[in-house]
Design a protein around this ligand. Structure first.
Ligand SMILES: [Zn+2]
Length: 382
């Protein structure tokens, strides 16, 4: 292949990759009226769990399941709260035998199932159509050369703080872990439900049922929040700006500086050049771009709980091969395992049991490869 042909191929692959996030959400969307499904779900759950009911089928020939059986096994402790709504209730479930989670919100019911093909979301809204969406686990892994053309990745996405978070002895260890997810203004507040179903619900189920059994995690989606929703993004300075705004938000709301509070800014565009996300573990803060894979929010939140790239795993055989959530992969299109590695689960448990004390090496500024300078030291929670 000549250099000219090679450049042309790389351009084609790059443009194809850039369209992937948008395609992912619409690739398998089909709809059919499903009158009474939400009410039937509520009635069955009220009668006791476990309970099984058929999901509304997609309206046309589709890559989605023709008819799925939802088995709801238990109510979860954790909650998700969308802007302007009371907390949604979450349920542990299976969909045709695959691990699933149900989010019952004021406006409807979302089922997220983790499958070999990716995360399947069935969104049922009272009085409206049902939407089946497949968020692919990966594109063709043969496009390894395309992967190298990705404009951003997870390398160097952890920023050191200026010092360890002080042990907040006054913090209530029994208080729920609180994850505040701020939606940048380039997203609509009404997208909170679909963002939760695709990027967060499966993580929340895994955290409560596997990583931190029985732990209650409260996820709250916020928009608009002045000074955060409208935060200018897209430069290296975005990291320090976000860290300062987290402190300002915490102070303005009278929130305690505790390991049990995490702050996530979700953007559509890449917020920091070259990075799908950024985490500031010492501040409990992170940024994630929806331009990243479906594990991007779980990945950056993982850093705020003490998880690290070096402890990630590549697994073969469960499906066709997958990378655990904290991977900083050379092949970003390899499937998500939708789980943390065993070693990272241990790190997360240690972070929670040690009340947020993080390994000392996180607080030594690391040089950014190729930049000839050290990582910035944004404000930390004091
Ligand atoms: Zn990372």
């Amino acid at each position: 292949m000549t250099d000219k042909e090679h450049r042309r191929l790389r351009r084609r692959l790059s443009s194809a990759l850039l369209t992937l996030p948008a395609l992912a959400f619409v690739a398998c969307a089909h709809a059919q009226d499903s009158p009474g499904f939400v009410e039937r779900f509520d009635a069955l759950v009220d009668q006791g769990l476990p309970a099984t009911l058929p999901m509304p089928p997609p309206a046309m020939g589709t890559q989605s399941r023709a008819q799925s059986a939802l088995r709801v096994t238990a109510r979860l402790n954790s909650t998700a709260t969308f802007p302007g709504e009371p907390p949604a209730t979450l349920y542990d479930a299976t969909l045709d035998g695959d691990a699933a989670v149900v989010t019952r919100s004021r406006t409807g019911l979302d089922v997220t199932a983790v499958t070999a093909q990716g995360a399947q979301v069935i969104a049922v809204t009272s009085g409206a159509a049902t939407e089946h969406t497949l968020l692919p686990a990966a594109s063709d892994p043969g496009t390894a050369s395309a992967a190298r053309a990705m404009p951003a990745d997870f390398h160097d996405d952890v920023e050191s703080g200026a010092g360890p978070m002080p042990l907040p002895s006054f913090a209530d260890s029994t208080a729920p872990l609180a994850i505040r997810i701020f939606l940048h203004e380039e997203l609509r507040s009404t997208q909170a439900r679909s963002i939760h179903a695709g990027y967060v619900a499966w993580w929340l189920r895994d955290m409560e049922t596997v990583v931190l059994p029985g732990e209650k995690i409260e996820v709250t989606y916020l928009q608009p929040v002045r000074g955060i929703s409208d935060l200018p993004i897209g430069t290296e300075g975005t990291i320090a700006d976000w860290a300062r705004n987290v402190v300002a938000y915490r102070n303005s709301r009278g929130l305690r500086a505790t390991w049990r509070n995490k702050y996530m800014l979700v953007t559509q565009r890449i917020a920091v050049p070259g990075r799908l996300g950024t985490a500031l573990p010492a501040s409990g803060a992170a940024i994630a771009s929806l331009s990243g894979p479906y594990s991007v929010i779980a990945h950056e939140l993982g850093h705020t709980f003490g998880a690290e790239h070096a402890l990630a795993e590549t697994r073969m055989g469960k499906w066709w091969g997958c990378r655990t959530t904290m991977s900083s992969p050379h092949l970003p299109l390899l499937a998500n395992c939708y789980e943390y590695s065993t070693a990272n689960m241990t790190s997360i448990r240690r972070h929670v049991s040690l009340k947020g004390h993080l390994p000392a090496h996180w607080f030594t500024p690391q040089p950014i490869p190729g930049s000839g300078r050290s990582a910035p030291l944004p404000d930390t929670i004091q």
